[in-house]
Design a protein around this ligand. Structure first.
Ligand SMILES: C[S@@+](CC[C@H](N)C(=O)[O-])C[C@H]1O[C@@H](n2cnc3c(N)ncnc32)[C@H](O)[C@@H]1O
Length: 309
């Protein structure tokens, strides 16, 4: 009886040992041969976890809309510049009045810059972008769409600087500033592998986005004149890149620079465009266009700040 028990224990140990041995033997191989997921699938996994918590039962509908082709036509004719209709909302929110000086801090490839110029109200416009190659695209867009007499050195300047340092260069200078920051570009990340921010090699860059966005918005605030306005915009649903960035930049402007800005009520956009866009109802600051199969635009977050002093 005792011998049987000993044998039983030994057998169990041997089984455990051999299982352990097998597991260790193959562990490394499993890890190295793990199939590499495309970046767009990583993006979907990430969004499923985060946005299902943020949007609850609305997430399945937003998800399917994001994954659908938005529009079938794409001829790229120079008579019109094709972009998501919701991209015009930040430009409209900026409310450019006749004679205003305007800074577009992250301007390339230039869809919103074009819309800013089309208001015909800019006395002077500076379009800036850190990326040299994207600035070249911006220049091509300007040449292709804006009549020569409207893009002289007196009207428009294109610069290639780090926008985070703009507050040091031109402090309290512009009537209106647009800060259309780099973000996780949610729709692009789900549909395109090229230049995808969810690529494994870009994880660090993705994690640093909220910090970069805060620094850019802060620089935008500092380069706005007292009494002037700044609009912050992204094309992500992420609260961390939207409301949190705005709230942090407002805090930093006051505590580090003694500059006071106030978020402005943009609910009129929700009313005026209720038949065109599907707005999220629960933003703490700003407005957010949610993709929906019946109104498949966005995501587009935009928030306006008035500089008090
Ligand atoms: C969302 S895109 C801008 C899109 C553009 N406003 C439009 O409507 O076509 C963000 C841009 O920010 C630029 N960017 C990234 N870091 C920057 C920085 N530190 N300073 C200025 N621009 C930056 C990127 O090169 C990119 O072109």
């Amino acid at each position: 009886m005792a011998a049987c028990m000993v044998m039983g224990v030994l057998q169990r140990k041997v089984t455990v040992l051999s299982l352990t041995f097998r597991r260790h033997k193959f562990k490394k191989k499993w890890a190295t041969t793990l199939p590499k997921l495309p970046s767009s699938s990583l993006a979907l996994q990430y969004f499923d976890i985060n946005y299902s918590m943020q949007f609850g039962e609305q997430w399945p509908s937003i998800r399917i809309s994001l994954l659908c082709e938005q529009k079938p036509d794409c001829f790229g004719l120079l008579e019109y510049y094709l972009m998501d209709a919701s991209s015009l909302l930040p430009v409209l929110a900026l409310d450019i009045q006749h004679g205003h000086s305007v800074l577009d801090l992250c301007a390339a490839p230039g869809g919103k810059t074009l819309a800013l110029l089309q208001t015909n109200n800019c006395r002077f416009l500076t379009a800036n972008d850190l990326s040299v190659s994207r600035c070249k695209r911006l220049q091509t867009v300007m040449r292709s769409y804006v009549p020569r007499d409207q893009r002289t050195d007196k009207n428009v300047q294109i610069t290639t600087r780090d926008g985070r340092l703009w507050g040091d260069v031109e402090n309290s200078t512009y009537d209106r500033v647009l800060v259309d920051v780099p973000c996780t570009t949610d729709r692009h990340s789900l549909l395109e592998e090229e230049n995808n921010i969810f690529h494994r090699m870009r994880t660090k860059q993705r994690q640093m986005l909220p910090l970069l966005q805060t620094e850019l918005l802060l620089a935008g605030i500092l380069s706005t004149k007292p009494g002037g306005e700044v609009v912050y915009s992204t094309c992500t649903l992420s609260q961390l890149q939207n409301e949190y960035v705005v709230e942090r930049a407002v805090e930093l402007a006051a505590s580090e620079h003694g500059v006071h800005v106030e978020p402005q009520d943009l609910s009129c956009f929700r009313k005026v465009f209720k038949d065109t866009f599907n707005f999220y109802q629960d933003c703490r600051v700003g407005e957010l266009v949610l993709p929906h199969l019946t109104a498949n635009f966005g995501p587009m977050f935009f928030c306006k700040l008035l500089r008090i002093r």
